[in-house]
Structure formats: structure tokens, C-alpha cells
Write a protein that binds this ligand. Structure first.
Ligand code: PLP
Length: 383
């Protein structure tokens, strides 16, 4: 069944599954234990930390394993709220995932949050961020690497450099970037948050790359696990699977992205020709090779999703967290897409195993569904 909702979650990658099973059978002891078997698990856990840190390009001691990007974002904002002097503000990109937006709002009053302007594709405007940083009173910045709904890529390398020049801490939510594009260089951001299940790892696992100067950082109180940064017995099998999944995805991330982009773009070309009025959100920006946020010319997105599902194609109406619970997406609103159009958006997100044939089959299914829905709408108008 062609699965086109990889930005919501991914199936467990073969290497991750093997690593998890091996760790569960052979390395189930508590890594903090005082005997040799526990020391072996501890050593393996440190190897996994080194593996992730090497891919990010940062010292291993700065990687703190946790339950994923939501926990990570909450911990970053809680840390900033504790450390930043009263009156100092945080600049936040308005198209962030709700875990960043809500963590920001939970820890800072509205007057201490500055919203970074984005262009019509949702890309943060660097001139505006620079102006905010020049205004003084800015203590930290949060801008994601790639957007979960549109796939639009943010200039995170430039933002990291800008923040370094202004001696302001930078948090990058890399949940959608990691495993799709190379991780190299992300270690240059002060704070990086990640979820393993977005790149073939297990759910409820991930990490936070902490700032070098964050000695006193504590994600949660408890024991001295994770070098004192996060209390609670580590889930070593999940950590082993996380490191294996990232390594497996990284081996594809550099080399295969160009070919995958061609498949997606051929799909978009077919849709543009066959479904007049269909257009792409964030079309003018650099985007992840796997994602297409399609604004369809008619009919509510749930109807498209339902009909595609019946034909065997799983796509989404938006971000996993927003589906069915909220009004139109804040991301699409930030791009200036009116609410009535946002209700006609479907998000298509492929994985490394998605083939060119899958993309072609999805195009054919969308074209057939469009004809069906158009005929249905015409009947309603006649009735
Ligand atoms: N950040 C982004 C960009 C995401 O897409 C997601 C998940 O959809 C998250 C953070 C949260 O990840 P998790 O639910 O695994 O904590």
C-alpha cells in the first residue's frame, strides 16, 4: 500500500529493528548498574551517542537522548526561561511545529516573544531576524530546519552564523530534516531537537543536542543519567535503534535526494497539467525532496484523503498533530493562504522506499479522484 505520510511517522528501518532486537536480548541491563554487564550496556550507549554526535558534527557529551522533539523543544524553552534575564526576548519563526510554538507560549509571556517575518513561501526573512538581533534585548532564536507541512527548508546555516555573531543562542528543530538530508553541520546550532520515528527509528525516542555552554542544563530532575542532563533510566534498545536508523538514512540522504526530487517534480508536473487550478504551497522555496503540500481546486481535503485511502494511498490533510482537531493550519496562514484554500490542502510525504512508480500511481489516483469529486460537486449544484 503506497504510504505517503512519512512526515507523520515512518516504518521502522531494517537496521533499526535489528539493533533494537539485539539490544533487547543482549543489553537489557540498567546502564547505571555496578557490574560488568551494565558497564557493557553503558559503553554501547556511549558508542551510540558518539555515532549521532559524529553525524551532527559536535562533541558526544552534547547529545542527550530523550523521548523526541516535543520533549526537546519544551526543555529548550524551559531552560531559556530559567536563564534569560527578565525583559530579554526570544525570536521565534511563526511556521514552527506546535511543540515549539506552545513551549514558547508556555514559558514566555507574549511581550517576550518576537515573531520573525516570513516570505510568501514561509522562509524566515534574514533581514528581519538581523534587525531583531540588532535591537538588543534578544536572548535566543528558534527556527526549524525544514517544515513538516510544506517541506520548505529554512536557511538554518545562515541563522546559526548570525546568532553566533550576535552571541545569541539558536535552537533548530531538525525533526523533519534529519534522515532526509545530511545531518552534517547541524552540530553548529546551539540546540538541536530530533525525533527518531521521523527517520526510521522507534517512536518515543530522540535527542537534544545541547549548547556547549549549557553545563547546568537538566531536561528533567531525577538520577544522574545522561551525564546529569536528564534523570530517568535510559531506554538503550531505543537509543541503539535511533543511532542505527540515522546511520541508515544518512547513507541515502546525500546521494539519493536528487533522483527522488525528480520523481516528485514529475508528479507535480502531471498534476499541474491534469488538474487545472491545483498549486503547491511554498512552491518558490527550496523544499525537502519528499514533501508536496498541494492546494486543490475544489472539495474539502478530508474528502480527497478518504477517497485516496479507499484507492490504497495514505496522505494527510496537514501535520499529524493538527489533523482533525484544529482549524486551518497556522503554517499555511503564515504563507498568506486563505482559510478556505487551506481546507483544500493535502500533504503528500514520501520515504526512501517510495518508488517513481508509486509517485506515478498516486498521480493517476489523484486525477481519478478529482474527476469523481468534480462530478459529485456538479450534482450538488444541479440538485
Ligand atoms: N517538530 C517537527 C517539525 C515535527 O514534524 C514533529 C512531529 O510531527 C515534531 C517536532 C514533534 O515530534 P514528536 O511528536 O515525535 O515529539
Amino acid at each position: 500500500m503506497p504510504y505517503f505520510d512519512h512526515n507523520a511517522t515512518t516504518p521502522l528501518a531494517p537496521d533499526a529493528r535489528a539493533a533494537w532486537l539485539r539490544a533487547t536480548e543482549e543489553s537489557w541491563q540498567n546502564p547505571s548498574g555496578p557490574y560488568r554487564d551494565a558497564a557493557r550496556v553503558r559503553a554501547r550507549l556511549e558508542q551510540a551517542r558518539e555515532q549521532v554526535a559524529a553525524l551532527l558534527g559536535c562533541p558526544a557529551g552534547l547529545v542527550v537522548f530523550n523521548s523526541g522533539a516535543t520533549e526537546g523543544a519544551n526543555a529548550v524553552f524551559a531552560h531559556w526561561a530559567r536563564l534569560l534575564p527578565a525583559g530579554v526576548r526570544v525570536a521565534v519563526n511563526p511556521t514552527e511545529h506546535p511543540c515549539v510554538l506552545e513551549a514558547a507560549r508556555a514559558h514566555f509571556p507574549a511581550e517576550r516573544l518576537a515573531w520573525i517575518e516570513v516570505d510568501g513561501d514561509g522562509v524566515a526573512r534574514l533581514e528581519h531576524l538581523e534587525a531583531l538581533l540588532h535591537s538588543g534585548r534578544m536572548g535566543a532564536v528558534s527556527v526549524m530546519a525544514a517544515n513538516n507541512e510544506t517541506g520548505v527548508v529554512q536557511p538554518w546555516r545562515e541563522i546559526a552564523a548570525l546568532c553566533r555573531r550576535h552571541r545569541v543562542e539558536y535552537h533548530c528543530d531538525a525533526a523533519q530534516w534529519l534522515g532526509k538530508l545530511p545531518a552534517a553541520g547541524l552540530g553548529g546550532a546551539d540546540w538541536v531537537t530530533a525525533s527518531a520515528h521521523k527517520f526510521g527509528g522507534p517512536k518515543g525516542a530522540g535527542w537534544i543536542k545541547i549548547a556547549a555552554q549549557a553545563d547546568g542544563f537538566r531536561a528533567q530532575a531525577g538520577g544522574e543519567q545522561e551525564h546529569g542532563h536528564r534523570g530517568g533510566t535510559e531506554d538503550y534498545p531505543a537509543i541503539a535503534a535511533t543511532a542505527a536508523a540515522l546511520a541508515e538514512a544518512e547513507s541515502a540522504a546525500g546521494a539519493r535526494a536528487a533522483g527522488r526530487t525528480r520523481w516528485r517534480d514529475r508528479f507535480l508536473g502531471e498534476i499541474a497539467t491534469a488538474i487545472p487550478g491545483a498549486r503547491l504551497a511554498g512552491a518558490g522555496a527550496e523544499r525537502l525532496w519528499n514533501t508536496a503540500s498541494l492546494i486543490l481546486p475544489h472539495s474539502a481535503n478530508q474528502r480527497w484523503v478518504g477517497k485516496l485511502d479507499k484507492r490504497g494511498f495514505q496522505v494527510s490533510t496537514g501535520s499529524a498533530c493538527a489533523t482533525g482537531r484544529e482549524g486551518p493550519s497556522h503554517v499555511l496562514a503564515a504563507l498568506g493562504i486563505p482559510a478556505d484554500e487551506a481546507r483544500r490542502v493535502i500533504r503528500i510525504s514520501a520515504g526512501w522506499k517510495t518508488t517513481g512508480k508509486d509517485w506515478q500511481a498516486l498521480a493517476a489516483a489523484l486525477i481519478a479522484v478529482e474527476a469523481e469529486l468534480r462530478a459529485g460537486e456538479a450534482d450538488v449544484i444541479r440538485a
